[in-house]
Design a binder for this molecule. Structure first.
Ligand code: FE
Length: 175
């Protein structure tokens, strides 16, 4: 057991101000958005819903949604990824395991993979934390493009402007 001091009132809230430089929390009640405009299209079958776009630490938390047996193009992660499957099922062409609803995955730095949603899954939604950069590559590792928190923010701005939410709609997710 860790050593603890006596707490006379465990239900008494913390009484001091938070650090003055601390950022605002993000609270999103409808994280699996019902408003279709919140989903930012990436390709015909792939879209994402931003939750936290962390420009100060260079990562993003988002829900990835893939419909109708879509594919997320082959890419390399120089930094780790955490994923939690909220709906549906998917796998990587490069691994023999399957990520299923309720499952968690950790993808270590150095992964290069291609995400496939099988034909019998209408919709897959996974909560991903992606750190640093995703490098889109050809089958031999040649870089074809990239995404990072800044390209994600730009995609959101453009999309939210187009659907009438306004480019500023993305600001609530940026830290
Ligand atoms: Fe990935």
């Amino acid at each position: 057991m860790p050593v603890q001091g006596q707490d006379d009132d465990p239900r008494m809230p913390y009484q001091l101000p938070f650090p003055k430089d601390a950022q605002e929390e993000i609270v999103i009640p409808d994280a699996v958005a019902v408003d279709e405009r919140v989903w930012v299209p990436q390709t015909e079958n792939v879209s994402f819903r931003p939750l936290c776009l962390n420009r100060s630490q260079g990562y993003w938390m988002n829900l990835l949604r893939v419909r109708q047996s879509g594919v997320l193009s082959r890419h390399r992660h120089p930094q780790p990824v955490h994923g939690f499957v909220l709906k549906g099922r998917w796998h990587y062409l490069e691994h023999d395991w399957v990520a299923e609803e309720g499952g968690y995955v950790f993808e270590p730095p150095g992964e290069t993979h291609t995400l496939i949603v099988p034909d019998d899954v209408d919709e897959m939604i996974t909560y991903f934390q992606v750190n640093g950069v995703m490098l889109y590559v050809d089958p031999w590792g040649k870089t074809m493009g990239y995404e990072d928190v800044f390209t994600k923010i730009d995609m959101c701005r453009k999309h939210y402007e187009e659907v009438g939410l306004g480019a500023d709609y993305v600001e609530q997710f940026i830290r």
